[in-house]
Design a protein around this ligand. Structure first.
Ligand code: NAD
Ligand code: DAU
Length: 356
């Protein structure tokens, strides 16, 4: 038995593969990743020589390639993490998001449908296609509004969230029309080790340590619901194991925080763990910059279905998770230095007008 993971060299997919294979009894993983700017084999370094991990560089939109992989490895599940994932990049260049998140998901579903259709009936029943999605498909909440449940109306506001919404609808349709045994998870903001430093938390850590400005969009009062990445991974494992076919499960940490609070927390932890040479606080580097166009004001996930049906709950609080995360970045300067390639520097220049 094998599982096929797509996007397993990215932030969440990489953490998922590492956590999965940390179990000596775990089934082998075939890891299909295109290695875009966000894919990083360094993350999987500890698996070198582990025969249970087969890495394949390739595109989920390459249906022939995916079909060959499915036929060769006969996985009992496909977990789709692969995506273009950064909202700001979707604003400055939406096409790659349509290509991977919509067309790629479609091509992947087609290849999986053909493979699944050819399985013997018992294997067909046991097979699962798990699609990893986001809370952003539900749009933005006002201050007093209830958190997103699985039946919340889809109202995606950015090219990123619209492309993820399209993929969610395709997954749903492949179950409804063809009977493909699918599961969908819609998760809130993740943070933790191996997070690419274009996203809020790792960007703040690496900029703070480099003595650079900490760019807070607008008033910094936008709210996100933060979940430690390893808790997201445990939720995915649980849904794969026991989720009801065709169902959607929201995943969240009950940790709503305003961005400015997050940035203050990161600064305070760095003040404690690696104080600035001049004795001043990293908070002094905070700089309010022009807001993100169409910026969603608030996300919040109601994760009761996952808890009540499948007994999942996060292991980390925000306090424990963020401390481990800051510690991890301090302990892994080599990983950070290697992801700060030429392409990363070009992005910083285009987005913030600053060099890396
Ligand atoms: P990421 O950008 O860190 O990683 C994406 C990975 O997918 C990279 O390794 C990249 O090389 C690969 N990839 C991109 N296009 C590909 C293609 N066409 N074919 C094969 N591989 C391709 O993203 P992430 O933060 O790890 O997110 C993983 C998934 O989880 C995404 O589907 C995202 O929408 C979803 N999600 C992310 C968060 C979050 O907070 N980061 C929250 C909820 C859901
Ligand atoms: O909600 C889940 C989503 O969370 C995932 O689906 C996305 O893949 C993931 O990237 C993330 O999207 P966000 O846009 O919420 O994450 P980001 O880290 O880009 O931004 C978090 C908040 O911080 C958001 O309100 C924008 C703000 N921000 C971000 C950056 C990069 C800043 O204020 N300054 C910044 O420089």
């Amino acid at each position: 038995m094998t599982i096929l993971v797509t996007g397993g060299a990215g932030f969440i997919g990489g953490n998922f593969v590492l956590d999965w294979l940390a179990n000596p009894q775990a089934e082998p993983v075939v890891n299909l990743d295109k290695l875009t700017y966000a894919g990083n084999l360094d993350t999987l370094d500890s698996l070198t020589g582990d025969a249970r991990h087969v890495f394949v560089q390739g595109d989920i939109a390459d249906a022939e390639r995916v079909s060959r992989l499915l036929d060769q490895h006969q996985p009992r599940a496909v977990l789709n993490f692969a995506a273009e994932s950064h909202v700001d990049r979707s604003i400055s260049g939406p096409e790659a998001f349509i290509q991977t998140n919509v067309m790629g998901s479609f091509k992947l579903l087609e290849a999986v449908r053909a493979y699944w259709g050819g399985l013997a009936s018992q294997a067909q029943q046991a097979f699962r296609f798990l699609h990893v999605s986001t809370d952003e498909v539900y749009g933005s909440l006002g201050p007093g509004q209830a958190a997103f449940t699985e039946s919340h109306r889809y109202e995606p506001n950015s090219p990123y969230s619209a492309s993820k919404a399209a993929s969610d609808h395709l997954v749903r349709a492949y179950h409804h029309t063809y009977g493909l045994p699918v599961l969908t998870t819609n998760c809130s903001n993740n943070y933790g080790p191996y997070h690419f430093p274009e996203k809020l938390i790792p960007l703040m850590i690496v900029n703070a340590l480099a003595g650079k400005p900490l760019p807070v969009y607008g008033d910094g009062m936008q709210i996100r619901d933060w979940l430690y990445v390893k808790d997201h991974c445990s939720a995915i494992r649980r849904v794969l194991e026991a989720g009801r076919v065709g169902e959607v499960y929201n995943v969240g940490g009950w940790n709503e925080k305003a961005n400015i609070e997050i940035v203050h927390t990161v600064c305070d932890l760095l003040d404690e763990l690696q104080p600035r040479a001049d004795g001043l606080s990293y908070r002094g580097q905070i700089s309010h910059v022009t807001d993100r166009p169409g910026h969603d004001r608030r996300y919040a996930i109601d994760a009761r279905k996952l808890h009540d049906e499948l007994g999942w709950k996060p292991a980390e609080t925000f306090d424990t998770g963020i401390r481990q995360t800051v510690r991890w970045y301090l302990d892994h300067p080599g990983w950070v230095a290697r992801v700060q390639s030429g392409a990363y520097r070009d992005w910083l220049q285009a987005q913030y007008g600053q060099a890396a």
